[in-house]
Design a binder for this molecule. Structure first.
Ligand SMILES: NC(=O)c1ccc[n+]([C@@H]2O[C@H](COP(=O)([O-])OP(=O)(O)OC[C@H]3O[C@@H](n4cnc5c(N)ncnc54)[C@H](OP(=O)(O)O)[C@@H]3O)[C@@H](O)[C@H]2O)c1
Length: 230
């Protein structure tokens, strides 16, 4: 049986990925900062799905939180950081900035380090970045920087983990995610060649591609409806 771990598995994208992998028959472990939220999400999904508490903002706690984990075929890092999307120089919030970089770069890297002894020989990893990597705006310095950092870490870790594959997935604005579903007239729609925002189902499908296509390694896959071209 395939074993899949989804860090940030209670969020819009992580939950969709967890549900899909459970439907495919995987043994799924999903995480949240709260054991109760993780266990509730696992129960709602059903099948062989289990919840665990894990907080990437405290990287020293990651090893203990993941102790006892079995073999891992797929690892998905879909954690969101604190919202630092409008952290301008004029009102720079140092604590939020430090927390976001800790979660997205140090937390992701430490999680991979902790899990690496449990990876099966053909294991694969997907790390979530985001379109702000390519499309900066005033106030996006932290988001743009840590999403670019995700691109860096898949390149170096592909070398350290070889032949285990690791790739980055950068969503555009996901229209039916909890963050954006109450904003049906999002300005990104006008800048997207598809004429609409991308969907959770499209992100889930792209994640499956990166997890299972055995030729893809150390790439940045943009799922943005073509918005980066406009
Ligand atoms: N939605 C979009 O339009 C969009 C666009 C571009 C990029 N992305 C990226 O895609 C990924 C998933 O986005 P999403 O919309 O699914 O986010 P989301 O709905 O906000 O979910 C975030 C997930 O991260 C977990 N989490 C938050 N802080 C954490 C921490 N310190 N340690 C461990 N887990 C933590 C949350 O768990 P609990 O709250 O239960 O603890 C939840 O499972 C993120 O990396 C995000 O930056 C999303």
């Amino acid at each position: 049986m395939t074993s899949t771990v989804i860090v940030g598995g209670t969020g819009s994208l992580g939950l969709g990925i967890a549900r899909n992998r459970a439907t495919l028959g995987d043994h799924v472990v999903l995480t949240s900062r709260s054991a109760d939220r993780a266990e509730k999400a696992a129960r709602d999904i059903g099948g062989d799905t289990h919840g665990r508490a894990l907080d990437l903002s405290d990287p020293h706690s990651i090893e203990g939180a993941l102790s006892g984990l079995g073999p891992v075929d797929h690892l998905v890092l879909a954690t969101a950081a604190n919202d630092t999307s409008r952290n301008t120089l004029a009102e720079f919030n140092v604590d939020a900035a430090a927390d976001s970089v800790t979660v997205k770069l140090i937390g992701f890297t430490e999680t991979i380090r902790v899990v690496r002894e449990r990876f099966t020989p053909s294991a694969s990893i997907v790390v979530f970045g985001g379109l702000a990597r390519n499309r900066p705006y005033p106030g996006s310095t932290m988001v743009t920087t840590f999403n670019a950092g995700v691109s860096g870490l898949v390149r170096t870790l592909a070398l350290e983990l070889a032949p285990i594959r690791i790739n980055a997935l950068h969503p555009g604005v996901v229209g039916d995610s909890s963050r954006w579903r109450d904003q049906p007239d999002h300005p990104a729609i006008a800048r997207t060649p598809l004429g609409r925002l991308v969907t959770i189902a499209e992100i889930v499908d792209a994640t499956d591609f990166l997890l299972t296509n055995t030729g893809v390694c150390a790439i940045d896959l943009m799922i943005d409806g073509g918005m980066r071209a406009s």
